[in-house]
Write a protein that binds this ligand. Sequence first.
Ligand SMILES: *Cc1c(COP(=O)(O)O)cnc(C)c1O
Length: 349
Amino acid sequence: MKIFEKWVRPGIAELKPYRSARDEFGGSAAVLLDANENSLGDGLGRGLNRYPDPRQRELKKALAKIKGIPPEQIFLGNGSDEAIDLLLRIFAEPGKERVILTPPTYGMYEVCAAVNGLECLKIQLDSRFQPRVKEILAAADQRTKLLFLCSPNNPTGNCMERERVRDLLNGFNGIVVLDEAYIDFSPEKSWLPELGRHPNLVILQTLSKAWGLAGLRVGMAFAAPEIIFFLNKIKFPYNLNSISQKLALQALRKNTAEKAVKQLILNRQTLIEKLRGLKLVEEVFPSDANFLLVRFRNVTAVFAHLLKRGIIVRDRSGQPGCAGCLRVTVGSAPENELLIQVLKEMEEK
Ligand SMILES: *Cc1c(COP(=O)(O)O)cnc(C)c1O
């Protein structure tokens, strides 16, 4: 516990968390008159008059089995965005401390840091979209508490080389948040089995992508029990609603991700080949995720044309290293075909 206590904000280390009425109680009681719920029911017959399990025990048990990580090393949040926000609040003092980001990358790290009054030190990925280890370690000082890495990276689609991640984990004197939102689409292995070797590592995953449950808002953080302890300590007691807990559990039990991931990887390959055959397309970057970063010859016109035809993609051309680039999610086969057809139309004009 010691190593973390020196990193945790003093106010958080001392904080006594809110305890819900049922926190202490593990069994199943016949009469629940402790939480001022509506004893007559929810009017829908779904048991929603009861507060959800604040510790999400069943869901964590199922995840523990799938991921090979014990429940005390799992935090569940209202999307992984919740974990990002809570980690910043645990480890960095507003107005005083700072975090390192490696653009081009996921936008929420910067938004959450700003909301928490933290300065962002940006050290751009190199020309192959890999982290510059020496520069990052040289820039990190006493005030630099967290480093965010995303692998596979959004929006570039590539994985961070293991050697580099390892050097950062060993060399960075603070928390390394490794966002693996897209890891199920990648041939690279997750860093989950390495958790025991790196007490400063927090791995983020989500049910929003491979599991197809973006609407449920279920994100996961995996870390040393000491870090999970603080995440649980400062989260809102009922951060994951009962419907999300229940449906997530159903999806995990049915192993719904496997088939979808296989299909999307096939669709990704087809889409890459078709895009590479277009004159409008300058470059399709390799992808370990369920999206492609694509460089176009006339990105503004392409974006506008797609929009006009009802196809929305993400313009990433303003991001460092991404001039002329759109980020395109791999769709269903008919969606991908329509995209190619609309792009071909534009070439013929
Ligand atoms: C989509 C995405 C997430 C998922 O966020 P949720 O809040 O769990 O939906 C996390 N990180 C990255 C990099 C993403 O692209």
